[in-house]
Write a protein that binds this ligand. Structure first.
Ligand code: MG
Length: 262
């Protein structure tokens, strides 16, 4: 069941979105050669608590971290731990914060120092695909319009789209209806209406889209060992426009030091 949000509920979701985005920036700042993914997670955890919010992911389905941190061939759901980040890695961080009963959810793949050209292209295409999807996420369109935009853009660039994991509605529950696949057909699927809040999150692979689950029961990796990237925003469908509630992690005017607009 899709839960539409009232104006008051959208106000709470804006706070959750902003704190989630700030937490992602905190994570991005911490990504440096020599740090462990556990150290990055600790900083994110501390920041979310400092904002009077709760990490949405901690304990969700038993997940042991406050952020999902997935490196190189890891697509999503990486458990923070003793893995050391190295120059040339790509590091996907997914953060969520819950405040006043509502969740925000967002992700970004960060480059560590100098990465190779193909890795950079994967990051650029996946991030651009996120915005191609958001462009289609307007009242009156259908869920399939989002998936089609993401899929066609990424496949035209020679990359592939993960099928087993998808975007989702978000609100009081981290994951709500509808599912928001990164693939699909124009004009198909549930219609987007004002008050819907959906997380759009392309998970894109360098080579084949087949995935495998690591022995830890969480980490999702590419089967062929190719790289994967993941970018995500939480969005509110409004009557006349769509608001990217987690836009701050990608706003050049947003100062991660002061958490204010410059
Ligand atoms: Mg999500």
């Amino acid at each position: 069941m899709v839960v539409l949000k009232t104006a008051a509920e959208l106000t709470a979701m804006r706070d959750a979105g902003r704190i989630s985005a700030q937490a992602l920036l905190v994570g991005g700042e911490a990504v440096k050669p020599g740090v462990t993914t556990a150290e990055i997670d600790r900083k994110i955890h501390k920041f979310i608590l400092s904002q009077g919010a709760k990490p949405s992911f901690l304990g969700y389905g038993g997940f042991p971290g406050s952020a999902c941190i997935s490196v190189n061939d890891e697509v999503i759901h990486g458990i923070p731990g003793s893995r050391v980040i190295r120059e040339g890695d790509i590091v996907s961080i997914d953060t969520g914060a819950k405040v006043d009963g509502f969740n925000g959810d967002n992700a970004c793949t960060y480059a560590v120092g100098k990465i190779d050209l193909e890795a950079q292209r994967l990051l650029d295409v996946t991030k651009a695909a996120l915005y191609k999807g958001i462009e289609q996420a307007v009242a009156g369109n259908r869920i399939g319009d989002i998936g089609y935009a993401v899929q066609s853009y990424c496949e035209d660039a020679g990359f592939s789209v993960v099928r087993e994991f998808v975007g989702h509605g978000t609100g009081r529950e981290l994951h709500e209806d509808p599912e928001v696949p990164n693939y699909g057909h124009q004009g198909r699927g549930p219609r987007l209406v004002p008050g819907m809040t959906i997380a759009i999150e392309p998970m894109i692979c360098q080579y084949d889209c087949k995935i495998t689950q690591a022995k830890d029961g969480w980490t999702v990796k590419t089967k062929d060992g190719g790289l994967a990237a993941h970018f995500e925003h939480s969005n509110a469908i409004l009557k006349d426009h769509t608001e990217i509630m987690t836009r701050f992690w990608d706003d050049p005017d947003f100062d991660p030091e002061t958490f204010c607009l410059k």
